[in-house]
Design a protein around this ligand. Structure first.
Ligand SMILES: *Cc1c(COP(=O)(O)O)cnc(C)c1O
Length: 367
């Protein structure tokens, strides 16, 4: 029997979450973001789960080419664009849209001798993330340079928000980034009043939590997998977990008060305890920094991890679950135990847990 560690990927949950994103703002077109192998769910599962999306957005050119080979006909957006001019022939041939975020990319496009109107671009503005994009004051110039290239067809205005999920007023509020964005595009709109420029700004948090920010296209990622950047909201919005990580109890130890558990002996039993050993460790993607107390379900009952996460195993307190046996089912995250709750206990975010799921974990796909 293989090791009893399985990630169940639910295509129906992905479809449900996409439909929910659509119903939130029916007039907004959706790029379903499937970078990083659909946030760890598998590229093909992402394509199938989001077949109703208006397009798929990702970072990896080789994955984008794979999507075309699998028959994806709708738009594909490369969220960081291309990295060298050698990428451009595949980009054109496979009809991909690209982000353009720096002058070096524009120079490559100028030299590429594209056939007329062969490429749609998302021109990225840096409104305060300070990673990719042109400053608002440099945006119109970048636009003009791009517009002068005959190979470029549509230019969509794009930016990305730093604090869309913030619970308190952040140093850089959404409203300030939105103001910078509007100021950066005003000149272009005035100069080119006849051209219809689309806008694409919203990630999951903007899409769900900021109805005041509307644009033609949104780019939801995490919500489509049933996670949200800030805790409770995934269930509040009726999102379903697309990934559930299950395992089993593979051994049980009865230890006396004063005994400690695992590497570094970081947990000492305050009284006699029953400890369950679970077939899942950091080599499977379980976060090694998860502390004592991280929630885990055994036989549907919530208990807590005790002791350090090892490469292939973790240990839980079974004192409150006396009927647990070797073979009892365990849920590490997903249905019944929100991934965001586990992530928060481990000092990280659901995104990281999904994306870090290791290749050795068996994926079982359900419709
Ligand atoms: C990953 C990514 C998204 C999706 O963000 P979520 O928080 O997962 O919704 C949107 N836009 C860009 C540019 C991204 O890189």
């Amino acid at each position: 029997m293989p090791r009893p560690l399985i990630a169940t990927i639910r295509i129906d949950a992905m479809r449900h979450n996409l439909a929910l994103a659509k119903s939130r703002h029916p007039d907004t077109k959706l790029w379903a973001v499937i970078k990083a192998h659909a946030y760890g769910h598998g590229l093909k599962n992402g394509m199938r789960g989001f077949e109703a999306a208006d397009g798929l957005a990702l970072i990896e050119l080789e994955s984008a080419i794979q999507l075309r080979a699998w028959g994806w006909k709708k738009p594909i957006l490369l969220l960081e664009g291309f990295f060298e001019s050698a990428d451009l022939s595949a980009v054109i041939q496979e009809r991909m849209d690209v982000c353009v975020h720096c002058n070096e990319q524009i120079a490559m496009l100028e030299q590429a001798k594209l056939s007329p109107s062969s490429l749609d671009v998302h021109l990225k503005m840096n409104t305060g993330m300070n990673r990719l994009g042109f400053m608002p004051t440099a945006y119109a110039a970048a636009y003009s340079r791009l517009r002068a290239i005959p190979g470029i067809r549509n230019i969509t205005f794009m930016t990305h928000f730093a604090n869309a999920d913030a619970l308190q007023t952040p140093r850089l509020p959404v409203s300030e980034q939105w103001r910078r964005f509007q100021s950066g595009i005003t000149d272009i709109k005035d100069r080119d009043p006849n051209e219809q420029h689309k806008q694409c700004v919203a990630n999951s948090a903007i899409h769900m939590l900021h109805p005041e920010i509307r644009s033609d296209w949104a780019r939801p990622g995490i919500m489509l997998y049933g996670g949200m950047p800030n805790q409770q909201t995934a269930q509040e919005f009726g999102l379903l977990p697309a990934m559930t990580l299950h395992s089993e109890i593979v051994a049980i130890q009865s230890i006396s008060a004063g005994e400690s558990i695992g590497y570094g002996s970081t947990y000492t039993a305050p009284q006699a305890m029953t400890i369950g050993v679970i077939a899942c460790g950091y080599a499977d993607g379980y976060p090694r920094h998860a502390p004592n107390g991280t929630p885990i379900l055994v036989d549907g009952i919530k208990t807590q991890m005790v002791g350090r996460v090892s490469m292939d195993m973790i240990t839980v307190d079974l004192s409150t679950i006396p009927h647990a046996r070797v073979g009892s089912p365990v849920t590490l995250w997903g249905a019944g135990l929100p991934i965001d709750e586990v992530a928060s206990a481990a000092g990280t975010i659901g995104y990281e847990l999904m994306c870090a799921l290791a290749p050795r974990v068996t994926r079982v796909v359900t419709e």
